[in-house]
Design a protein around this ligand. Structure first.
Ligand code: FVH
Length: 294
């Protein structure tokens, strides 16, 4: 195995970069690695990776270069000196960043004749290479198609569009959803802990089934946000939800627990109610957030 696999360079060997390099090694790709702290490559070198002494050596070792570092500031710091060496190669940047940062990096790459794909990884490091992992990519379609097979080693590759910022935007939107869920989970488990219930038992037997059932409503909410009509199929109107929310806040107070993770929700619901929207569904608060695209 490995003779005709595309050589891949991975720059950045933090938790995620090491997982990416490990997945390519596991699939028989010749892998060259570089990391600021060179010792982080030791385990990968023991598995067959080649340690590059310099970033320049790393990028010239392979036609496909993956970069996954802390942020775009680091991407720039590390890659700016080797822009010329990257010409004619494909650079896939899997570092978390904003759409604007992705577009600026794509323009920098374009000026140097580098095939550039931006990307967002929708997995944690142990999930890389598993069926659950997917990666969002944006940039020129032909660049995506040309390295799709290699990208599939890491997880299911999803093409988000030609705009280089598309993958970053969708990545951050998915993380936004995740942080909303995690905030609610932390708030809920803090409340049950305050009453002497075991968070683990509560989470396993009640919170996970409840949240799993509630995800079924997500497409319905999405339809309301897409149409701007929050009045169809309402089974839990906002006025009722506002009363329930107040009980949530009172219960936290009674238990001596701050409900501050939920405070912005309460404020937005109150503003929407003040506009006379009590008969609507909860997603109507989206109208207070702007960004309708019109
Ligand atoms: N880990 C995760 O769960 C998420 C999953 C989704 C994608 N993210 C993004 O992936 C990027 C890297 O994340 P990471 O988990 O590998 O992060 P760290 O383990 O903290 O490693 C950071 C790497 O960046 C290098 N680095 C930092 N500053 C510099 C610098 N000034 N010059 C050169 N390299 C730098 C660092 O090097 P070192 O500290 O080992 O020398 C690591 O290689 C990130 O965008 C996530 O949002 C991960």
């Amino acid at each position: 195995m490995g003779d005709n696999r595309t050589p891949v360079t991975v720059i950045g060997l933090g938790d995620m970069g090491a997982a990416l390099a490990g997945a390519f090694l596991a699939q028989g790709h010749p892998v060259t690695v570089w990391n600021r702290t060179a010792a982080k490559a030791d385990g990968l070198v023991a598995r067959g990776a080649v340690r590059a002494e310099t970033v320049g050596d790393a990028v010239t070792a392979s036609p496909l270069v993956i970069v996954c570092v802390l942020d775009y500031g680091v991407v720039e710091e590390v890659l700016a000196p080797v822009g010329g060496a990257l010409a004619g190669r494909t650079l896939v940047n899997l570092t978390n960043g904003t759409p604007g940062q992705a577009r600026r990096t794509a323009a920098w790459a374009d000026e140097r004749g580098i095939g550039y794909l931006d990307g967002g990884i929708m997995a944690v490091p142990p999930g890389i290479g598993t069926a659950e992992a997917f990666l969002l990519h944006s940039g020129p379609r032909d660049v995506f198609d040309a390295c799709r097979e290699e990208l599939a080693v890491l997880g299911r590759p999803e093409y988000a569009g030609a705009d280089p910022g598309a993958a970053a935007l969708q990545d951050l939107a998915l993380l936004t959803g995740m942080y909303g869920m995690v905030s609610g989970v932390v708030q809920a488990l803090t409340l049950v802990r305050s009453a002497g219930f075991g968070p683990v038992d509560f989470a396993t037997t009640k919170l996970v089934p409840w949240l799993s059932a509630m995800t079924a409503a997500v497409p319905h909410y999405a339809g309301q946000i897409e149409s701007g009509d929050y009045t169809k199929g309402v089974v839990s109107n906002l006025a009722m939800q506002a009363a329930g929310l107040e009980n949530i806040f009172r219960a936290h107070e009674e238990q001596g627990v701050s409900a501050e993770l939920l405070a912005p929700v309460r404020a937005l619901v109150a503003r929407r109610l003040a506009e006379g929207r009590g008969a609507e569904d909860f997603p109507g608060v989206a109208e207070l957030l702007g960004g309708s695209g019109s």
